[in-house]
Ligand binder design. Structure first.
Ligand code: NAD
Length: 273
């Protein structure tokens, strides 16, 4: 005899109001490419309305936003907009937050700083040019700081404020090479932990996600097919990650369920250190 259908299991055909991030507004920097694109899609799927912050060619951001808005969720309205901003420029970051509030209302809940740069190669510290060091710091460290600064001023105080920055599992491994890049990510981790303590008690959490090697334009830049295979073979799981391996970690940190996780660095690296 078959058991009667359960009535306590929510329908998968959720209307907007049933989605875990319903009513939340998120800004995702670097939100139109690589890991940021997967984060944008994931947060939108969880019900957030997303500001896709991009730099350069608007086409990928506009296509992403169009595809999210064409897949309507009953009761949700506009799911995403695209806004251009160079995260290393304080005036552009301020305008980004102004425009996000003008579009989706004053209540901002989530900031994810996925924008970042990495040169195809970094020499040893002894051979690193000051300009290369400064380029990495301008976007990765200063850009993350400028966005977090605006978020700390503007995110809604209460249960739902979430800041997720991006580090790298290279900070945990500290192998020789990539020193300028790794230093930017160590700065991001330290700033995120301080910010978490400064905001503790406001309902806003701040955490960092540290991916291992993930299949994005940043990872592939300057790598031969052999080099990609070599990195994959060094991974305990014998593959590099996909952006969709990382996005759900961000989604969880943005959820109500993660309210007790604060000031942490979550490695999403398949065990690769
Ligand atoms: P990606 O290069 O694919 O995406 C980075 C995004 O940042 C791009 O869309 C780019 O346009 C944007 N960006 C660059 N400079 C900007 C600026 N000045 N202002 C605004 N946006 C800017 O890289 P990804 O692999 O998706 O990286 C996402 C994050 O994850 C980065 O912070 C990166 O350092 C980190 N990360 C990536 C890996 C990896 O293997 N892919 C590993 C560890 C950490």
């Amino acid at each position: 005899m078959s058991s009667p259908p359960r009535t306590d299991v929510p329908s998968l055909q959720a209307s907007a109001g049933q989605l875990p991030l319903h009513g939340r507004v998120a800004i995702v920097t670097g939100g139109a490419g690589g890991i940021g694109e997967a984060v944008t899609t994931h947060l939108a799927t969880l019900g957030a309305r997303v500001v896709v912050a991009y730099i350069g060619d608007p086409a990928p951001a506009e296509q992403l936003v169009a595809s999210l808005n064409s897949a309507a969720v009953p009761g949700m309205g506009t799911r995403a907009i695209a806004l251009c901003a160079d995260v290393s420029d304080p005036a552009q970051v301020e305008r980004l937050f102004d425009a996000a509030q003008a579009a989706f209302g004053p209540n901002l809940h989530i900031l994810v700083t996925a924008a970042g740069v990495q040169d195809a190669a970094y020499p040893a510290i002894a051979d690193t040019e000051p300009e290369q060091w400064d380029r990495a710091f301008a976007v990765n460290a200063r850009g993350t700081f400028l966005c977090c600064r605006q978020a700390a001023q503007r995110l809604v105080r209460g249960g739902g404020g979430r800041i997720v920055t991006f580090s790298s599992s290279n900070v945990a491994s500290l192998r020789p090479g990539y020193g300028a890049y790794v230093a930017t990510k160590a700065a991001v981790e330290a700033m995120t932990k301080v910010l978490a303590k400064e905001l503790a008690g406001t309902g806003i959490t701040a955490n960092s996600v540290a991916p291992g090697p993930v299949a994005t334009p940043m990872f592939y830049a300057g790598k031969s097919e052999e080099r990609v295979k070599a990195v994959a073979s060094q991974c305990p799981m014998k593959r590099i990650g996909e952006p969709t391996d990382v996005a759900p970690v961000v989604g969880f940190l943005c959820s109500d369920a993660a309210g007790w996780i604060n000031g942490q660095v979550i490695l999403a690296n398949g065990g690769y250190i």
